[in-house]
Design a binder for this molecule. Structure first.
Ligand code: SF4
Ligand code: SF4
Length: 87
């Protein structure tokens, strides 16, 4: 059986569109290419980011660490608590 990265595929990505300003920093740091630009501008005329259906999130939290606006939440599947909670 091929080796798989630990926990890969056990995470869900939520983009908080009201905070996202479409800077693209999260796209640059995501090695899994799980985040992409949403080509449809929102009500403020901004193309925010969206979650790619093809890619799988590894839960590395690079995107949440680099986002200056708290625009991304990562959840372990089956749990309500964000993995990037700092409490
Ligand atoms: S880093 Fe944050 S603000 Fe920038 S595109 Fe990603 S989610 Fe949006
Ligand atoms: S947690 Fe890691 S793999 Fe998942 S979307 Fe963010 S940067 Fe990509």
């Amino acid at each position: 059986m091929p080796k798989t990265k630990k926990n890969k595929g056990n995470f869900s990505v939520k983009i908080l569109k009201k905070y996202c300003k479409g800077c693209g920093l999260c796209i640059e740091v995501c090695r899994e290419e799980k985040i992409e630009i949403d080509p449809s501008p929102n009500e403020r005329g901004i193309c925010t980011v969206r979650v790619s259906r093809e890619a799988v999130c590894s839960g590395c939290l690079r995107c949440t660490a680099i986002c200056p606006d708290g625009g991304i939440e990562i959840y372990r599947n089956g749990h309500d608590k964000k993995t990037n909670d700092r409490e």
